[in-house]
Each structure stands twice: as C-alpha cells, then as structure tokens.
Design a binder for this molecule. Structure first.
Ligand SMILES: Cc1ncc(COP(=O)(O)O)c(C=O)c1O
Length: 432
C-alpha cells in the first residue's frame, strides 16, 4: 500500500520511515518537515551501480542529478557511493565543492552558462562540461585557452525522442531550449567544430529525453538514435567518441498503483540496446553514463505537515489546510503532480472522505492535491505526503516569506539534521 520500501507502520498504527515513528519525528523537529531515508538513497544509488557492474561490466558511470535534491550532505552521500554528480548551476557546483565532492567526477550542465559559471568550472577542473550551444562552445574554448586549460566536454544533443511517463514520441525535437538538434544537422556541425578546438576535448554526446519515464522502450530508442550519431561521426571524421551520456528520467512510484521499471532492469535494457546497435553499426561500444535524480532521492522522502482548519463547503468540497504548501512543494501547482497522502498517526485507517489539501500561501492555486482519500482528519494531526524526496526541497521558495522547512535524514535507526529550518531572520537576511 505504500509507495516506497523505506516506509512502514509500527505497532501503534503510525507511519514509519527508516523504522522511525513519523509522528515522533514531526514532534521532535517540528512541521512542516522533510524527512529523507539515507539507507533508501544509498540503496537506489547501488541499484544503478549494480546495473552498470552486471550489464556493462563496469563500462559505465552513474551521476546523481543534484537538481532533484541538493545539499552538502546529499553530495557527500553521492561521493561515498562512488557516483558522479550532475550540477546545473554555479550554486549547485559551489555546494558540491564545499561538500568536498571530487571535482573530476562533476558534470556541469546548463543551457545558458555565464562566463563566470564556466570560469568557476574550469578553475575547479570539473570532469565534464556539457556544452549546450554553439555560442557556449566558442566561449568555453576562449576561456579555457586563456586559462591554459583543456576542457573535457560532452555535447548536449536533441535526439528527437521525447518521453513522458508511459509513452514516448519520435519528434523532430527541434523545439527545445536545450542542446543541438540532430535533425537540422546542427549536432554534426557542433561535433566537427568541437573537434577543431584546441582547448576542448570532446569526450561524449549527451541527451536527456524526459522525466518520470516508466518503461525502458524510450531509453532504448534514445540509445539507438545516439549510437547512429556516434557511427556517423566515426565515418565522417574518423573520431570514435568515447562516452554516451543518456541523462536521467527514470520514473518512480508516486501512487501505489504505479509500476515503474526497476533501475537495474533499465540499465540492462539500455545496455542491450547499445550492444545491438553498435554491433549493427560496426562501432565499438561507448562508455555509458546516466544521470538519475528523482529515482535516487524521490522515494526516500516524505513531508510531514500539521493539519489546521478543515473547511467543509457543502455540495462543493472539503478543504484540509496544512502548515506548508506550494512554497515547500510547488509540483502540484506547476504540473498537477499527484501524491499519496495519509494521516501519520493512523496510517492504516480506511479513508472516509475526499479532501482537497491546501497550503497557507495567499494563492488559491496553493494546493498539494485534490480528492485525496483520507480518514476524517482532526485539527493538529499530522499529514504525511509520500515520495517527496525529489524536486520538493530543491524547488522550495520563500513565497509569503515563509521560512523553508528543515530536512532531517534517518538512517541506521537514528535521525539527524541535514538542512536546518530557516528562521524569520533568515528570510529577511538579505534586505538592505
Ligand atoms: C540533463 C539532465 N540530467 C538529469 C536530469 C534528472 O532527471 P530525473 O530527476 O528525472 O532523473 C535532468 C532533469 O531535468 C536533466 O535535465
């Protein structure tokens, strides 16, 4: 009935995460509260790594996409597990470096990196810079030359495969702000240009086809389109590009009825597609990289809220209000994303009604979900929203000058603070 392996119910009928009582955690650290299970995060890292070890015989690397949940503690966990790290801004890069993440395993992304961003990346000697466009290619070459360095790059390609949850489509793929289009010939031109720049070393080609992808077919399709480009480059330039980076997008279970593919079997399917395609094209297999974000941290997190007013509008709906909302989880407001919710102290109690869960921002769109089946809640009870480990804390804002909640990690039967709760003073800190 639960969406993640790290969740359970104890003898008192209360929700547990990592074996710890969620109500006790919420009482001890206060609500709203993000709780993440470190053991689950590590298990997810290891599932991808196992896939690489078994199905690629080690010819692969897993980079955690830190945009899903970025803080120093998380960077250290990824480092300890032997992952690479995908950062998509100067701020994420700074956090990773502050956390002591080995810079040679950092992949720097972004569709509009500034000269300052690129300089920071060059100074830190990050492992890869993923070049998004032709302007950036020239700028990076110029900056690297001036610094007397060689930048190891991957080129971001629009492969014309787009995937969303259950389905994928083959498109021209030109209408995206990210990367070089394959269809228009832009990708091939960028490869040739990169090969001609002395301060750039073309290590790989990259694509990212979407998010919350359930099956393996879309990844297989992307792998086959990309390997065709590898073969074309080999044919036309003689250069065998060593790395294929297929990005992230591996789906997770937000609702109990959802059935995403296992991470290890995703790697297996991708590996098979690469092997088949390379054999047919008569090229050697590139080193494979993937960049999972959501799938590493999403299932490991929950958010705990305290329930305030329950407002029944006869014949219309019943609002259940919580002490958080779109400021700590904007995903429903942005995408109508669905979550499984339950009362933390009565995790197994059968639902008796449908509730619209509203936050406390001055915005009528400030909702966390509609028609959520729950037992009749009492004021002061705790509501748990499940699978909130990805793109919640990292997308949180201070709208209405709400301080952002703390992030608590559980693991090995204990709990600790990974990010402290903001105070009102924190919120006003930069005002001049
Ligand atoms: C380039 C790139 N890599 C990896 C990811 C992570 O995706 P996900 O969290 O869906 O695995 C993203 C997400 O936007 C991305 O843009």
């Amino acid at each position: 009935m639960f969406v993640s392996d790290c969740l359970g119910v104890n003898g008192a009928g209360r929700l547990t995460i990592g074996g710890l009582d969620a109500v006790e955690l919420g009482s001890r650290y206060a609500t709203p509260l993000y709780v993440m299970d470190e053991d689950e995060i590590r298990a997810n890292c290891r599932a991808f790594l196992r896939g690489m070890k078994i199905h690629r015989e080690g010819r692969g690397a897993v980079a955690y996409a830190s945009k899903a949940f970025c803080c120093k503690r998380m960077c250290r966990i990824a480092a300890e597990e032997g992952l690479w790290l995908d950062v998509a801004s100067g701020g994420e890069l700074h956090t990773a470096l502050e956390a002591g993440f080995p810079s040679g395993r950092i992949i720097f992304h972004g569709n509009n990196k500034t000269a300052a961003d690129l300089t920071l990346a060059l100074e830190a000697e990050v492992g890869r810079i993923v070049v998004d466009n032709i302007f950036e290619l020239g700028l990076l070459d110029h900056l690297a030359k001036a610094a007397g360095k060689t930048a190891c790059i991957q080129l971001r390609i629009k492969p014309g495969v787009e995937a969303h949850t259950h389905e994928y489509i083959r498109t021209g793929g030109v209408d995206s702000k990210f990367g070089f289009s394959l269809e228009s010939g832009e990708a091939m031109k960028a490869v040739v240009k990169a090969l001609g720049r002395q301060s750039l070393c073309l290590k790989g080609l990259h694509c990212h086809i979407g998010s919350q992808i359930f099956g393996t077919e879309a990844f297989r399709a992307a792998a086959s389109v990309m390997t065709e480009l590898f073969a074309r480059v080999k044919r036309e330039t003689g250069y065998a590009i060593p790395e294929l980076n297929l990005g992230g997008g591996f789906g997770i279970r937000y609702l109990p009825e959802q059935e995403p593919a296992g991470y290890e079997s995703c790697i297996e399917a991708i590996s098979r597609a690469i092997a088949e395609s390379c054999r047919a094209l008569n090229i050697s297999e590139p080193f494979l990289m993937v960049e999972p974000g959501r799938s590493i941290v999403g299932p490991a997190g929950i958010t705990l809220y305290t329930i305030g007013a329950v407002k029944e509008i006869p014949g219309v709906r019943t609002y259940l209000t919580v002490d958080g909302g779109m400021a700590d989880n904007p995903r429903y407001a942005l995408y109508k994303s669905e979550y499984h919710m339950l009362l933390a102290a009565r995790a197994l109690a059968p639902p008796t009604g449908a509730y619209t869960v509203a936050g406390r921002c001055c915005e009528s769109g400030d909702l966390l979900g509609v028609n959520i089946a729950l037992p009749r809640p009492a004021v002061g009870e705790m509501l748990a929203v499940l699978a909130t480990g990805a793109y919640n804390y990292s997308m949180a804002s201070n709208y209405n000058r709400l301080p952002r909640p703390a992030v608590v990690m559980v693991g090995g039967g204990g709990s600790y603070l990974a990010v402290r709760r903001e105070s009102f003073e924190d919120v006003a800190r930069f005002d001049v």
